[in-house]
Design a protein around this ligand. Structure first.
Ligand code: SF4
Ligand code: SF4
Length: 438
C-alpha cells in the first residue's frame, strides 16, 4: 500500500454536494458503488498491463522502431512486437485499399477527415503546459497579487462545474483520492512523488461522444469521431487545470484507472462491457481525472438499475465481432487476463482480442458502446420514456431492449446512411449541445 500515489485521504471535514440537483428523479444517490467490491481480493491496478497503452502511437513515423522499445508494457506486452508489426502492415495496406476502392465510411474524404481529427488528438500530446507557460495570463491569482480564491466547498464545486461545462465537459463528478484504486508510485515515472495530504480532491470529467459519429462505429467515420472526442477530452481537462491554477490552487493528473473514480464520484455504473455507463450519455463517454487541493464538496455513487439491466440486455456482447464482452448471465470475481484488476464482481472482458481487432481494422471499433440502449436513449421520445422506466423497473429490461431494437438508432454499416453524414446539419464538434441532463 505504501507504493500507492497517496496516503489514505483524511475524510474529516468532507461535505457532500446536493445530490438531488445532479440528476433526474430516476437516478438514486447511494453510499456505495452498485458492484460488489472485496478489497481483500484486490491487487494494485497496473498501467503497464493496460491493453490500450502504446496503441495511440500507431501514427508515429518511426512506429516500427518505436514499438521495439519497452516491449513489456501495454499493447506490446499483450500482443508481442512481431504481431504488432504484422498488424501494422495489415492496417496500412487496408487503409490504402479502402480509399482506392471507396469503401463506404472509409472513402478518401472520410479518412481525410479521420486523419485531420487524429492530428488534433495526436498533437494534443504536445505539452500544453509549456504553451501556457509562454503566456502572461496563466495565473490570475499571481498576476493580480491576491490570495487564493476563497469560498465554501459547495461554492467551489459549483464554480468548478460551471467552468468545466463551458470548457467542454458534459458533466463532472467529485470525490476524494482513494489509494485502493491508484496505480503504484513506481509506475508514475522518474519524478513521481506521493501526493501531499491536502491534494485529496478528485474531479472526474466526462466528455460526451459525437452521436452521429458513434452511430458509424467500426468505420473510418467512427474512427474520426473517436479522435474528435479524445481531443475534446484533452483540451477540456487542460482548460480546467488552468482554471484551478488561476484560482491559486494546485492540480495534478489522477494517476489511476479513471473508470473506478468515475463510479465512486457517481458519473455512472460499471456495465457488462466493464466500462462506465452514464445515465445521461450512456457508454459514449470519455473520462479524465484531476487531483487538486481546492477544497470541494464531493458526490456519491449512483444507482439507475444498470446491474439488473445488463444481466438481461447483452446487446454489447451480441454485437462484438471478436467475443470480447461476456455473455454470462451473472458477473464473476474471476478475471480474464492480467489487464483486469481483481477484487470486484463484474463482467470481465477479453481486452486483448479487442485491442488486436481495433488495430487491425483501423476503426477504434466501439460497436459495443454504440449499440448500448443507454448511449442513444434521448434520441427519440420512445427512449425518453424508456430511460426512467428502465431505471425504475430494470427487471423489464428485455422489453426495453426489444423496444430499442425496433426503434433504436444503433450502429449502421448501411452505405447510404454512412454517406448521409456529409449531408447532416451538425452542431459544433458534432455534439448536440441541447442535450440536457434533466
Ligand atoms: S470495441 Fe469492438 S472489439 Fe472491443 S469489445 Fe467493443 S465491440 Fe468488441
Ligand atoms: S448494451 Fe446492454 S448489457 Fe451492454 S452495457 Fe449496455 S445495457 Fe449493459
Amino acid at each position: 500500500m505504501e507504493d500507492r500515489m497517496s496516503a489514505v485521504s483524511d475524510q474529516s471535514g468532507i461535505v457532500y454536494r446536493n445530490q438531488k440537483k445532479r440528476y433526474p428523479w430516476w437516478v438514486k444517490s447511494v453510499d456505495e458503488p452498485t458492484i460488489e467490491i472485496d478489497l481483500e481480493k484486490t491487487t494494485p491496478p497496473s498501467i503497464y498491463k493496460s491493453t490500450a497503452l502504446v496503441q495511440r502511437f500507431l501514427h508515429r513515423k518511426d512506429y516500427k522502431e518505436f514499438i521495439k522499445r519497452f516491449p513489456n508494457i501495454g499493447t506490446k506486452r499483450h500482443l508481442g512486437v512481431d504481431t504488432l508489426l504484422k498488424t501494422y502492415d495489415h492496417r496500412e495496406a487496408l487503409v490504402k485499399k479502402m480509399v482506392q476502392e471507396g469503401i463506404p465510411g472509409s472513402t478518401q474524404k472520410d479518412l481525410a477527415l479521420a486523419y485531420a481529427a487524429y492530428s488534433l488528438y495526436y498533437d494534443s500530446y504536445i505539452p500544453l503546459e509549456e504553451l501556457t507557460e509562454r503566456t502572461s495570463f496563466e495565473n490570475m491569482t499571481e498576476k493580480a497579487g491576491v490570495q487564493p480564491w476563497q469560498g465554501t466547498p459547495e461554492e467551489a464545486s459549483n464554480i468548478i462545474e460551471k467552468a468545466a461545462r463551458v470548457l467542454g465537459a458534459g458533466q463532472i463528478g467529485i470525490t476524494t483520492v482513494d489509494p485502493n484504486y491508484m496505480y503504484p508510485l513506481s509506475e508514475g515515472g522518474k519524478n513521481a512523488k506521493p501526493l501531499p495530504p491536502e491534494m485529496k480532491y478528485v474531479i472526474m470529467i466526462v466528455t460526451p461522444w459525437l452521436p452521429e459519429g458513434t452511430r458509424r462505429a467500426d468505420t473510418g467515420m467512427g474512427f474520426m469521431a473517436n479522435r474528435v472526442h479524445t481531443f475534446l477530452e484533452q483540451i477540456t481537462s487542460f482548460g480546467l487545470r488552468n482554471f484551478i491554477k488561476g484560482l491559486g490552487y494546485s492540480y495534478t493528473v489522477l494517476h489511476a484507472p479513471w473508470p473506478a473514480f468515475a463510479v465512486i464520484s457517481g458519473l455512472g455504473e460499471l456495465s457488462r462491457v466493464n466500462r462506465v455507463v452514464s445515465p445521461i450519455y450512456g457508454a459514449g463517454i470519455n473520462l479524465y481525472g484531476i487531483v487538486t487541493d481546492l477544497p470541494l464538496a464531493i458526490d456519491k455513487p449512483i444507482d439507475f438499475g444498470l446491474q439488473t439491466f445488463c444481466k438481461k440486455c447483452k446487446r454489447c456482447a451480441e454485437i462484438c465481432p471478436v467475443g470480447v464482452v461476456s455473455k454470462k448471465d451473472e458477473p464473476s470475481w474471476e478475471v480474464e487476463g492480467e489487464w483486469n484488476t481483481p477484487g470486484k464482481k463484474v463482467f470481465f472482458e477479453k481486452s486483448k482480442a479487442c485491442i488486436a481487432y481495433q488495430i487491425k481494422n483501423h476503426s477504434s471499433c466501439s460497436l459495443c458502446m454504440a449499440v448500448c440502449p443507454w448511449t442513444k436513449q434521448d434520441i427519440s421520445v420512445i427512449h425518453r420514456v424508456a430511460k426512467p422506466l428502465s431505471a425504475k423497473f430494470p427487471w423489464a429490461a428485455s422489453l426495453m431492449v426489444m423496444m430499442d431494437k425496433i426503434f433504436g438508432y444503433g450502429p449502421t454499416k448501411d452505405p447510404k446512411k454512412l454517406e448521409e453524414w456529409w449531408e447532416l446539419d451538425l452542431p459544433a464538434f458534432g455534439i448536440d449541445t441541447t442535450r440536457k441532463r434533466h
